[in-house]
Design a protein around this ligand. Sequence first.
Ligand SMILES: Cc1ncc(COP(=O)(O)O)c(C=O)c1O
Length: 478
Amino acid sequence: MNHIELDRSQGKPLHSLVYEYVWNRIQRGEWLEHHKLPSVRVLAEEMKVNRLTVFKAYQQLKEEKKVYVKDKSGYYVQPGVTMPFDDLESPIVFSYVHKSHLSEIHRVPANYQFSYALIDPNLLPNRYFSESMLEIVERYPKMLSTYSTPQGDEELRQSLAHFFANKYGFYLTQNDIMITSGSQQAIDLLARMLVQPMDVVLMERPTYSAAIDMFRNQGAQIVPIDIYPYGYDLEQVEAYMKQFKPRLFYLNPTYHNPTGYTVPIEQRKKLVELAEQYRCLIIEDDPMHDIYFDHKPPLPFFSYSTEGCVIYICSFSKYVAPGLRIAAICCQPTIMKHLLTVKSLADNGTPLLNQKIFLHYFMSERLQQHIVKLRTALSIRKAVMEEALSVTNWKWDSPSGGLNLWIQLPETLSLEKLLAKSIEHSISFVPGSICDPSKELQSWIRLSYSYINEQQIKEGMKLLVQLAEQVDQNHRQI
Ligand SMILES: Cc1ncc(COP(=O)(O)O)c(C=O)c1O
């Protein structure tokens, strides 16, 4: 006999708990239409409650037309009340069907890869890593024979504390820093730790598509805040903070993915004040801070926070070694305490080998030289892509850093058809709608200029523009 534990701690009447249990299973699609519910006797025994209690719950479900009765046979799920399993907007369904829209796009094989916001492996310090590997293993001979700590290697956290102090003026100790397996894991851990089903989470529109999926997977209700080349409409932000009392605002304010926009300094200060006033946490995701072309961007939001409402995620994955998966979360001690539990549950710590390899490189002169060269290479690739697009009437704001162009196509051009045709011709890009929590941005696309070389960008863009002309012409002829 199964035993079903009812949560009696909140003092709700027992029949309501039984009702909620049954209704939840129906809503989640576990009991589909015409499914026979357990008999009153069986459920009462499993829940260790009186049969009358179960009867009362079933009667309520019947009165609300969620179940129906067949004479002498029992209770059945009413057709039409279950949620379709592909209703991905529903937080309940989202918490059962974990989706990753971006990884679906990335699985499409393509010669002209404009969907990866990743740096071309040829531009990364591969040789340095292969040459230094033996030295690192010799320096830390027992490294592979032990776990890292969940918070991350102490030596690395100390170096990062100095790095953040010198670069951004953060006041941190190693205890305020956690090493994670990429910023992807950092967002996921924070979402798991901070978000309960139906909590309101503010997110930029557009935003990093995988972050939408991660917050949705926790059952969050996402409220979008539009991001413009000049930042946010702070009146809108304040109105939403007042109205929705959001749990947190996830933002990516520096060379934002997908737009490339950077939020100006005055807005950074003001937004931190608003977050403090309305007790809304800010998660600042900052994987591109160092990928600027001319001028350094403003300091992170984290440096303007005095009350600890900002959680800062800094990733070194993009421009050092995506394969090492090294990122860091900086936050106040009360948040760190809970984060340690979530991280231990997830993986007991990021692999020590990866942390030590990264540390070795991070401490070397080579890092700075590498970044300087990388900025030049990426700005050339951006220019090549923009040149290829100059023959079109497509619109974009040229970013001053990052890896992507965020492009508005003419409204007459069917994005769906263009994507299908592009995939046929081995070109991939990110359709803007997956970067929009409300899926309204139907005529925007993200093109990354960072993954393939100049020649491939020229060829791929020429082909893409031709395909767009064909799609547009076909549309006009219909
Ligand atoms: C805004 C943003 N956050 C997080 C990530 C994940 O990066 P990683 O896990 O490699 O650090 C990406 C990758 O594209 C990104 O653009």
